[in-house]
Design a binder for this molecule. Structure first.
Ligand code: ACO
Length: 400
């Protein structure tokens, strides 16, 4: 076994690797991606099995603690998470500072950052109990905050959490219940959203997780580190991709326009959103599960002939047989079909990345915990290759 840390110390290795395409920034026991085989494992369990047989909170437990819970551990965990779903009432006032038309991700970044000011007892990150409380709080409160972002943006009153519902059904209740009518969760739709949460729960050192680790490596408050992750996730090359996929499908409009759109991709005018991945060079295993989920949801809602689903399948088939995509090993990623599912569930496009952030929170917090618990962790501090001006002397303003 090679001791990477001593090897680096001995060789003094210094690499130039823009985009970190081949640089490991840490060791981790949480998630393994086999990009060539198109496989994803959480703590050793294949994503297909978790998506089929587990539920989101059990998957959260697995990611946080490394093992599947026993019945008793599961009950205790669900109970703890359920008890922390309320946010401080004063946090609800925080929203009033935002414009109603603010992007929910902008609000989410601000409000999650503000949690640091409300829960100051989570500040001693070297205390294992404090860390665990911060983690519970984060996982429990993120659906409440996500739903509040949506309600605020529509001008609707906030809906308080219901402890008798499952984690995912409660989120749908907070999104869709009104003072006149309580939302009745449909088990097929709840299962579909729960599966979306599982598929997005972790993905090793993606940009937002790396951001959380980097921010957290300074010893900052965990809520502040998570807010940094949310900000990073927002971009269209990362969590904003499913939103971009739906916009793209709208722009293409119908199957007849696909050839012209594909020509634009090859001419590099635009990209085929929801395609390609930095690590998967075969197939994103989550995309397959998402396509199946999409099929189930549309059937449940009687939307089998949904034009966007048909257009997406057509695009996928054309791309999979096109040498441009084959040569570059570009396959559908998890976001290619997730937007269609979320739309069918009644979730507006502006909330798509918020849903992703909600689901990924457990991954971020698990990585943060793993890093802080490692006695050898250091502040992240990449180097650079300086390409600017050589030394020169200051010139007074009247001589420039
Ligand atoms: N459409 C068209 N061409 C593409 C696409 C795409 N979606 N993705 C990559 N390419 C091409 C590039 O033009 C490049 O071609 P070249 O070698 O001829 O220059 C080649 O494939 C490699 O692309 P890179 O951008 O170098 O690959 P990278 O690993 O940096 O990017 C990324 C990965 C950002 C995901 C990219 O594939 C992309 O932009 N996809 C669309 C956005 C998307 O779906 N993002 C979601 C990712 S999954 C997630 O965050 C959950």
């Amino acid at each position: 076994v090679i001791d990477i840390r001593s090897l680096l110390k001995e060789t003094g290795a210094f690499t130039f690797d823009p985009g970190f395409t081949s640089t490991a920034s840490c060791e981790s026991k949480i998630t393994f991606i086999d990009g060539d085989e198109g496989q994803l494992y959480y703590r050793g369990y294949p994503i297909e099995q978790l998506a089929e047989d587990s539920d989101y909170l059990e998957t959260c437990y697995l990611l946080l603690y490394g093992e599947l819970p026993t019945k008793q551990q599961s009950e205790e965990f669900v109970n703890t998470i359920t008890k922390h779903t309320m946010v401080h009432e004063q946090l609800t006032w925080f929203f009033r500072g935002f414009r109603r038309d603010a992007h929910p991700m902008a609000m989410m970044t601000g409000v999650v950052g503000a949690l640091a000011a409300f829960y100051q007892d989570s500040l001693d990150i070297n205390n294992q109990d404090h860390r665990r409380v911060a983690e519970y709080r984060m996982i429990s409160k993120i659906p409440t905050i996500a739903a509040m972002c949506y309600r605020y943006s529509t001008g609707a009153p906030f809906v308080y959490p219901r402890n008798d519902l499952s984690y995912t059904a409660n989120f749908m209740h907070m999104m869709f219940s009104t003072p006149c009518e309580e939302y009745t969760p449909n088990p097929v739709l709840v299962k579909a959203l729960d599966r979306i949460f599982i598929l997005h729960a972790d993905h090793e050192q993606n940009a937002s997780t790396f951001t959380v680790r980097l921010a957290g490596s300074s010893g900052t408050n965990p809520f502040a580190a998570i807010a940094a992750g949310i900000a990073c996730l927002w971009g269209p090359a990362h969590g904003g991709a499913n939103e971009a996929v739906l916009k793209m499908l709208d722009e293409i409009g119908s199957v007849e326009n696909v050839p012209a759109f594909m020509q634009g991709v090859k001419d590099r005018t635009h990209r085929l959103m929801g395609f390609g991945h930095r690590v998967y060079k075969n197939m994103d295993p989550r995309a397959k599960i998402m396509k199946q989920t999409c099929d189930e949801v549309l059937k449940e809602l009687g939307l089998e002939n949904d034009p966007k689903f048909k257009l997406a399948m057509e695009l996928e088939q054309i791309a999979l047989n096109d040498p441009y995509f084959v040569e570059r090993k570009l396959y559908p990623n998890v976001d290619f079909y997730s937007g269609i599912v979320l739309s069918a569930l009644g979730i507006p496009v502006s909330m798509f990345t918020v849903i992703f952030a909600l689901a990924r929170t457990v991954g971020w917090i698990s990585h943060w915990h793993e890093m802080i618990a490692d006695p050898l962790y250091k502040i992240g501090r990449p180097r650079q290759l300086y390409t600017g001006s050589p030394r020169r002397d200051y010139i007074p303003e009247d001589k420039r």
